[in-house]
Ligand binder design. Structure first.
Ligand code: PMP
Length: 416
């Protein structure tokens, strides 16, 4: 077999949504961390000479930084379609955002979620959280939420706070969940709905108002922005009533001499103690702005065509079995998980990296209950007794090319 030729990533041009990459390396792991967009890199470069204290100084540098931070909040809020009375809180990532929301759950509040969630949307919730089994279809998911909420409300006056927390797109299969329908089901029972948009937002418009959801969480590093910035946006009342998520400078109005004498701030600052990640916020806002000023439908169509090519190639590859929760044709973002029968997934991933310069993910993808179930289901569907206990995941995005996908498909078709 001839040695593979190096494949360059899509050229890192000067357009705001061109992505940075390393020549010769094929990144098929956007779902873990997407490459940085030019818009983010430019926004950071522009601000670097202006380092100054956010919210804490009167100098010109400080004032510019404060302004940039609050403008970033506004832009990210606009991107997410927030309502006038929603808060937009900068966090470290989606995990941090969902942990913050879990802390803001009013006392006695109940949570309903699915066993198919990423650990970030499985583990922060109270121990009595209702974890619904993985549904077989989008409609079954809505029916399951409806039934669970009816059961939780039975014999009560219907006023206890309940939060339904579900992902918009699965990080394992890329399949999209019926977000607006789930939110409507929650609201019918007087519950709220939180959307884990970590995987959906990089691929599709996420508008809190249009979707009718109460909270949304995203990660900057999956949205072509730097590590270390994320967002929780949504209804202000629980957030203003909750104890501060982080305590310290910036989260207070006044602090007296006695240890109990603290007046906590309202608004996003209540949960953002400490000097904030200005560069992260500004870079994320720049990407959000760039994404709103392009034809997202065209980006989506391009990505869907590439995804269809990837999935068709995977379906045709010898011994390869795809993982899925819903039907094969259900809507999905640019993610495919699969196994190679008879092959250890970690070994396949290492071989793809070493011999083909392809980076993708192997394992159970921080969604152990779902990944294990789908592996078992794939064994039944394929009739193969030799499927490995972990999987591989290829994911694509803005900088992905047909050439890169073809390289993976050639690698999978090449005998060892
Ligand atoms: N939810 C989903 C659906 C995810 O895919 C991820 C990241 N893999 C997270 C939450 C957590 O994101 P982060 O690691 O950026 O906090």
């Amino acid at each position: 077999v001839a040695a593979p030729v190096p494949v360059d990533p899509a050229p890192a041009g000067r357009g705001p949504l061109d992505v940075l990459g390393v020549p010769g390396q094929v990144n098929l792991d956007y779902a873990a961390t997407a490459p940085c967009a030019r818009a983010a890199a430019d926004a950071v470069a522009e601000l670097l000479p202006w380092y100054g204290s956010v919210h804490r100084g009167a100098g010109a540098l400080s004032r510019r930084c404060t302004l940039a931070y609050e403008r970033a909040r506004q832009r990210v809020g606009d991107f997410l379609g927030v309502r006038p009375d929603d808060h937009v809180i900068f966090t470290r990532n989606t995990t941090d955002a969902l942990n913050l929301l879990a802390r803001a759950l009013p006392s006695g509040g109940k949570v309903v979620t699915f066993a198919s969630e990423h650990h970030a949307n499985l583990l922060p919730w109270p121990v009595d959280t209702v974890r619904l089994p993985v549904p077989g279809s989008a409609d079954a998911a809505v029916r399951a939420v409806d039934a669970a909420l009816r059961e939780l409300r039975r014999g009560t006056d219907g006023s206890a706070p309940i939060l339904v927390a579900v992902t918009g797109a699965s990080n394992v299969t890329g399949e999209c969940w019926p977000v607006a329908d789930l939110a409507r089901a929650a609201h019918r029972h007087g519950a709220r709905f939180a959307l884990d948009a970590a995987q959906l937002a990089p691929h599709a418009e996420v508008d809190i108002t249009a979707l009718g959801v109460d909270y949304v969480a995203v990660s900057g590093h999956k949205l072509y922005a730097p590590f270390g910035v994320g967002v929780l946006a949504g209804r202000a009342d629980w957030l203003d009533a909750a104890p501060p998520y982080l305590v310290g400078g910036g989260a207070t109005r006044t602090v007296g001499a006695a240890t109990h004498d603290v007046g906590w701030a309202d608004g996003p600052g209540r949960h953002e103690a400490g000097t904030p990640n200005l560069l992260g916020a500004v870079a994320l806002a720049a990407v959000c702005e760039a994404l709103t000023s392009v034809d997202r439908a065209a980006l989506h169509a391009r990505e869907q065509a590439l995804l269809a090519h990837l999935r068709a190639g995977i379906a045709a590859a010898p011994d390869v079995v795809e993982l899925r929760t819903f039907g094969p044709d259900s809507p999905r973002v640019g993610i495919v998980s699969f196994v190679v029968a008879g092959r250890d997934s970690a070994q396949v991933a290492a071989e793809l990296a070493g011999r083909w310069q392809i980076g993708l993910r192997d394992g159970l993808f921080c969604a152990h209950p779902l990944a294990r179930r789908l592996l078992a289901e794939a064994a039944v569907r394929s009739g193969r007794a030799d499927l490995p206990p972990t999987a591989l995941r290829a994911s694509i995005g803005l900088g992905s090319t047909t050439q890169q996908v073809d390289r993976l498909l050639s690698a999978l078709a090449t005998p060892r």
